[in-house]
Structure formats: C-alpha cells, structure tokens
Design a protein around this ligand. Structure first.
Ligand SMILES: Cc1cc2nc3c(=O)[nH]c(=O)nc-3n(C[C@H](O)[C@H](O)[C@H](O)COP(=O)(O)O)c2cc1C
Length: 218
C-alpha cells in the first residue's frame, strides 16, 4: 500500500475510534498514527499566555485527532532533527512518558513516530484521579517518570526533583497549546497512584507525577 493509502487508513481508524458517533469499533486499535501537528497554533505566544488558565468543567464531546496531535506534539514532541523535544529534560535523557487515557482505552505517546500505542483497552478515565473533574473531560493525560531511565548517580529526591521539573515544562506546553486551541485543561497532583500503576502497567521504577484532563471548554 502506498503512503496515501496508509494515511487514509490511519485517518479512518481515527474517525472510527476517537471521533464521537455511532461508528465506534468494539476493539481499540493497537496503534494510532496521529495526523501531522499543525504548522501554526493560530494564536501568538503573548495571546496564549494571556489565555492560559486552569479549567475544571468540560462540555460533552470528544476532542478530535487534530487537537490531540497538536497537544501531544506541544507536550513533548520532536522539534529537532536529532530527536530532541519541545520540553527540556535533565541531561537530555528520555525518562518522561505521556499516556493518553480515553473512553476507548489508554495509549502511550510515541514521540519519534508521533503515534499512540495501546497499553490497556479498558476505560480507566474515571478511575485515575482523586477529584471528580479528572474524569470529566474528553481525555486524560498522565505524566509518568521512569527514575531508572535518568542515568548517572543521584539520590531518589534529586531524580524526583528533575522529573517534576520536566513534567512541569511538559504541562506548561500542554496549557499553552490548549489555550491556543480553545481546549480546557488543568495540571493535577490529585491522583490515585496505585490505580495508575495497575491500569498503565507501570514498572516499579516508574512514578506517576501529574494528570491533566483535556476537554472542550463549557
Ligand atoms: C503542582 C501543581 C499541582 C496541582 N494540583 C491540582 C489538583 O490536584 N487539582 C486541581 O484542580 N488543580 C491543581 N492544580 C492547579 C492549580 O490549582 C491552579 O494552577 C491554580 O489554582 C491557579 O489557577 P490557574 O492555573 O487558572 O492560573 C495544581 C497546580 C500545580 C502547579
């Protein structure tokens, strides 16, 4: 199949799985290729900073692939040909994973492929946060650090500090892209770590740091 055929199939899978409607498939896809990220946010940086705010109430309706692609790329996508990312990380190491939780299952964001890989087909959206608004949006991001992937020496506290700083940078990237696209979000420390560990099938060295619901503003 040529490139165009593959792209059409990926878009069809997105339309069926992520977009709302009566066509949703019974089984989530093992892999979802995200559409290319937008060339522009449609808002300049000053306006996005002015619009940035936390949102805890969401209108019904799912975010589409264009919003999810833009938000995930902003979060920690590739922005240089050598594979470096939109968010900084200590020593440039890749210890932060972003999970996208939706009604159709939980996926991990693969930044080099700009795609989503299925982790758990169950609907975990309402189970991972300790506050009701965590599960009230269209999707939920979960930011997870693998302390074993941070390399070198360093106490656990030092690793945590670096991991939290990276997660904070990712979160602000998410906030700004959400602001530019009129999507609501909030960074939340209020989560259920054990449910996250189980549902996302985390290794013992992986630490859930924050969750971020995403959804249409009311
Ligand atoms: C580290 C951190 C943890 C937070 N945890 C939560 C949380 O658990 N639940 C929540 O609703 N908001 C949480 N927030 C969002 C703050 O409440 C919010 O940023 C603050 O009230 C300021 O509002 P603004 O973001 O609209 O400027 C958190 C923010 C930060 C930086």
């Amino acid at each position: 199949m040529n490139k165009f055929g593959l792209l059409s199939l990926a878009c069809l899978a997105w339309a069926l799985l992520i977009a709302p409607g009566p066509w949703a498939l019974a089984q989530p896809a093992a892999e979802l290729i995200l559409p290319p990220r937008p060339a522009s946010a449609g808002m300049d940086l000053i306006q996005a900073l002015e619009a940035r705010q936390s949102t805890r109430q969401f209108r019904a309706g799912k975010l589409g692939p264009a919003d999810l692609s833009a938000i995930l790329w902003a979060a920690d996508g590739l922005n240089r040909v050598d594979g470096r990312r939109t968010a900084p990380s200590a020593h440039g190491r890749r210890y932060l994973d972003i999970f996208l939780v939706g009604d159709e299952g939980t996926y991990i964001y693969d930044a080099p492929g700009h795609k989503l890989i299925l982790v758990n087909p169950a609907n975990l959206k309402g189970e991972l946060g300790s506050q009701a608004h965590a599960g009230a949006g269209s999707h939920l991001l979960v930011l997870v650090a693998d302390l074993a992937r941070m390399g070198g020496s360093g106490e656990r506290e030092y690793r945590f500090k670096n991991a939290a700083a990276t997660a904070g940078c990712v979160a602000q990237n998410v906030y700004l892209m959400c602001a530019a696209r009129g999507v609501g979000t909030v960074i939340m420390a209020g989560m259920r770590p054990e449910e996250i560990r189980r549902g996302l099938k985390l290794a013992p060295s992986q630490e859930p740091l924050y969750i971020m619901p995403l959804g249409h503003k009311p």
